[in-house]
Design a protein. Structure first.
Length: 414
């Protein structure tokens, strides 16, 4: 099987995902995608007529974020019309899956140059959501709801914390660490290689730095925040009398006595806008076009887990991808586990008995934000930058996704 190499990775800064507050919220989602696609082209002197495909992740594919955003963003970026594009949805895992599928195409020999990435403008999806209809992952399919009840994600996070005995102090501590590490990384310029400024249509600057971090966060300020997801428990979701709460407590006897709510705005992922892109190529293509690979794809994997708890698949996904690579947890120098909620990363560290100094070294989504369909691609680039900075060899990237899933990937620095 051929090797798939990562030639380059770039991303936008993450803007606050609220209309009227975020510096990117007034832009079209395709414009964010075009920004990173344009940067990948220009940074690598890429002849876009030779790009075999563009595989893009976008979770909420509706309205301005629908209509095959990958293809439309490429056209907006001025790519040759020969560069086709496809857009996929694995919820939060979309940005890893786009890279995994791109790697598979190159490794199989079917393609030689594929760009992968993702875009999510949470400001747009929030502004266009119907506030009268509780969002349900099952799309209102009552047959599926009876088989696999799926509740609100934050309720799942609190339920997992309850089942695992992970308390408020532990999840707050991890959130505090995330803010500290992100602030340190920003101060040292650790994101600079990948960061691409976003400009308005008139050429003026929209955003060139992270907008979401709160470096002044302390354990005291986190401790003073009120939990959020207890307020979701009694929200009715259908005419059968189901609520967000009983969809999960009805399935797990251990939750019959209640859920210990520990998550709040400070230890949950930030709502942001952003996009990212990675250029993958075969050895033949890289040599023919004078491109120097930065990393190779070692292994990829997908894993499903309980859709009712929803957020627990990253641990088995990590074990699966390690087995495919023939590696152990000790072989990995950099772990990126998306901080969808603090408990996800905390459980990941505990279950795999990881050295905390290797996990989310430069902070995570609690500090930097989580643009759903783009985050996975962002994390792969972040891991690569950190491997190059530190001289590490292997990076493992994974994240939970709605429906009880987790894609995973291991890369090796060259």
């Amino acid at each position: 099987m051929a090797e798939a190499y990562i030639i380059d990775a770039c991303r936008t800064p993450r803007g606050i995902g609220k209309v009227g507050k975020g510096s990117l919220a007034h832009l079209h989602p395709q414009h964010l995608g075009a920004t990173v696609l344009g940067a990948i082209r220009d940074r690598n002197n890429l002849d876009t007529a030779t790009v075999d495909d563009i595989i893009w992740g976008t979770s909420s594919q509706r309205g301005a974020q629908g209509a095959d955003l990958g293809r439309m963003a490429a056209l907006d970026a001025g790519y040759d019309i020969k560069a086709s594009g496809v857009t996929l949805d694995r919820f939060c895992g979309s940005g890893i899956t786009s890279v995994n599928l791109a790697a598979a195409q190159v490794m199989s020999g079917m393609e030689d140059c594929v760009i992968a990435g993702g875009t999510e403008m949470m400001s747009y999806t929030a502004a266009t959501a119907d506030p009268k209809v509780p969002p349900m992952l099952d799309g209102g399919n009552m047959s599926l709801r009876a088989k696999h009840p799926q509740t609100q994600q934050g309720v799942c996070a609190d339920a997992i914390a309850t089942l695992e005995g992970i308390d408020r102090e532990a999840v707050d501590q991890l959130a505090f660490t995330s803010q500290q590490r992100a602030a340190h990384a920003i101060a040292e310029g650790r994101f600079d290689r990948s960061l691409v400024a976003v400009h308005n249509l008139d050429g003026s600057l929209a955003l060139d730095k992270e907008e979401f971090p709160r470096p002044g966060t302390t354990m005291e300020t986190l401790g003073g925040l009120k939990t959020v997801f207890n307020m979701y428990m009694d929200i009715p979701v259908d005419e059968q009398g189901n609520t967000y709460g009983n969809l999960i407590t009805g399935k797990y006897d251990a939750l019959q006595n209640g859920i210990n709510h520990v998550h709040h705005a400070g230890n949950s992922s930030g709502v942001v806008d952003g996009a990212a892109a990675l250029l993958l190529a075969s050895e033949t293509y890289a040599n023919a076009n004078g491109l120097k690979p930065r990393a190779r794809i070692v292994a990829t994997a997908n894993m499903g887990d309980c859709p009712t708890l929803m957020l627990n698949a990253p641990v088995p996904a990590a074990r699966k991808v390690l087995a495919k690579a023939g590696l152990t947890t000790d072989d990995i120098d950099v772990y990126e586990i998306n901080e969808a909620f603090s408990v996800v990363a905390e459980k990941f560290i505990r279950d795999l008995e990881l050295d905390r100094s290797k996990v989310n070294i430069n902070g995570g989504a609690m500090a930097l934000g989580h643009p759903i369909g783009a985050t996975g691609s962002i994390l792969i680039g972040t891991a690569l930058d950190e491997l190059e900075r530190s001289g590490g060899r292997y990076g493992l990237i994974t994240m939970c996704a709605a429906g009880g899933m987790a894609p995973a990937i291991i890369i090796e620095r060259i």
